[in-house]
Design a protein around this ligand. Structure first.
Ligand code: B12
Ligand code: SF4
Length: 430
């Protein structure tokens, strides 16, 4: 979506754009570059994709004289890890910097747009043009929530999150300043997606769609008044305690909420700086369950300082709140969250890879406890430890999986975990 936003502003200003998504479908990027012959190449980089992006950069650099620009979460967080031959690294939002760069404005190598460059009201920009995505093999469904919708289009309507969870890197990527499109503009865009592409579902994939309850209420009211019906799902916080808002969301077509619950212990929630208590979460899940609104609850387990008692209380709490589905993830130190800094201070890790990801001892143990023994993630970790012991290459788990050990892709066939199943399917498709 990030590249989609950038493409939109460039195209609206008469600049030709070719958008290549190697995540959904691995493509011959060199050939695409040769045919399109761009003056500027922009690359999205997030930390999990660091090694993949490096491989791509190393292929591209000798083959083109085009200016190469890297942006995205990893560029915002760890610009120092991006190779010197990259002409520009953009931290923060890319729309205006890329437009000005294409128009010939000169920039320093590292463009820090994270704080002062933030677009305060997103309504001033346009949503990505779906012509770039519509014919690609994306997941056009949201089976995770039991919905039968089959033309589910993704939207991203807000940036950042005003909260401060200790394991989360959002603040370091965006600052805590929450910006968003207004409800009216979102619903107008949905009108367009329904009319042009026959959309029957919208999946809001953003850090926190529901941070501003007033916006959510207005959005649901407007959508309910439309003469078409459409289903939607989003990432939410378990802090919506007003049952009338949850009911309204359901009536407007909401069929699924992706909720980070994280712990079943008030002390544990405090340590994770969740700024929520169990009583509020109980109330939230009682309402979603009574309304029939599906929930997918997630738990980051093994964050620094978490105790066995807290983990046991989390198990009990999952049974009590009864979400429609849930997953527990072993905490891995993605750069620059508060917990990440704690791990650096306590030195409680066995490896930091070149992208900056910290592998804590607890992570290794927790992954073996939480994931099924056939889960390929465990295979990645074991291989990674072996590599480290033999002092060979420095590889991330993801990298081991997708690039160095193609054979294990077949293991993904058997890999079932509600959310990651989609990721696995995507990997197989591409
Ligand atoms: C949709 C999504 C997914 C999808 C699709 C991922 C994909 N590969 O396409 C799914 C569900 C599969 C997914 C999975 C995962 N995800 Co995810 N995901 C997102 C999410 C919610 C939205 C992405 C988006 O559309 N953003 C909207 C646009 C507007 O923002 P943007 O992409 O950052 O782009 C802007 C700027 O960064 C910049 N920019 C971006 N590219 C470029 C390029 C240039 C040249 C320039 C100049 C600027 C620029 O300009 C853009 C417009 O302003 C983000 C959260 C987020 N807020 O971005 C997490 C996020 C990217 N995911 C994250 C993580 C950790 C994961 C997983 C590891 C989770 C897990 N434990 O399994 C996996 C990894 C899978 C993989 N290998 O990619 C982290 C990455 C953190 C990091 N340090 O990089 C994020 C940032 C969430 C977070 N807040 O921590 N994810
Ligand atoms: S985990 Fe969710 S609620 Fe907490 S800071 Fe990150 S995005 Fe916000």
């Amino acid at each position: 979506m990030g590249l989609g936003y950038i493409a939109r502003i460039l195209e609206d200003n008469g600049i030709q754009v070719l958008l290549v998504d190697n995540y959904v479908r691995e493509q011959d990027t060199l050939r695409a570059i040769e045919q399109f012959d761009p003056q500027i190449i922009g690359l999205y980089m997030h930390t999990p994709g660091f090694y993949v992006a490096l491989d791509l950069l190393e292929t591209i650099r000798p083959a083109t004289t085009a200016k190469i620009v890297v942006g995205g979460p990893h560029a915002s967080l760890m610009p120092e890890t991006i190779p010197d031959y990259v002409d520009h690294v953009v931290q923060g939002e890319g729309e205006h910097v890329m437009l000005e760069m294409c128009q010939g404005v000169e920039f320093p190598r590292i463009v820090n747009n994270s704080v002062s460059g933030r677009i305060t009201k997103l309504d001033v920009i346009k949503f990505p043009d779906y012509k770039h995505f519509i014919n690609e093999a994306y997941n056009w469904e949201f089976e995770l929530y039991g919905s039968k919708a089959s033309k589910v289009l993704t939207m991203h309507t807000s940036r950042s999150c005003p909260y401060r969870c200790s394991f989360c890197g959002v603040e370091a990527i965006w600052t805590r300043r929450y910006t968003y499109f207004s409800a009216d503009v979102i619903v107008n865009e949905i009108d367009h997606l329904v009319e042009t592409y026959g959309a029957d579902g919208i999946y809001f994939r953003e850090d926190l769609f529901t941070a501003n309850h007033k916006r959510v209420r207005r959005f649901a009211e407007l959508l309910k008044q439309r003469d078409y019906s459409i289903e939607w799902a989003c990432e939410a916080r378990a802090d919506i305690t007003d049952p009338s808002l949850i009911e309204l969301m359901y009536e407007s077509g909401c069929r699924g909420l992706y909720v980070g619950v994280e712990s079943g212990d008030d002390g544990g929630l405090d340590k994770k700086k969740k700024d929520l208590d169990l009583a509020t979460m109980r109330q939230f899940f009682a309402t979603t369950n009574s309304v029939g609104l599906a929930t997918y609850a997630t738990f980051a387990i093994g964050t620094p300082g978490e105790t066995e008692e807290e983990i046991k209380a989390t198990e009990d709490f999952i049974a009590e709140i009864n979400p429609t589905s849930h997953d527990k993830f072993a905490y891995l130190g993605l750069p620059k969250s508060q917990d990440y800094h704690t791990l650096l201070e306590t030195k409680d890790y066995y490896h930091i890879d070149s992208s900056g990801i910290i592998y804590s001892e607890k992570f290794f143990e927790m992954a073996h406890r939480l994931y099924d023994s056939a889960d390929p993630r465990l295979f990645f970790l074991k291989e990674q430890k072996r590599f480290l012991a033999e002092n060979k290459d420095e590889l991330s788990a993801t990298e081991l999986a997708s690039y160095r050990f193609p054979g294990i892709i077949s293991d993904l066939h058997n890999f079932k975990s509600s959310q990651n199943d989609f990721v696995a399917k995507r990997a197989l498709e591409s």
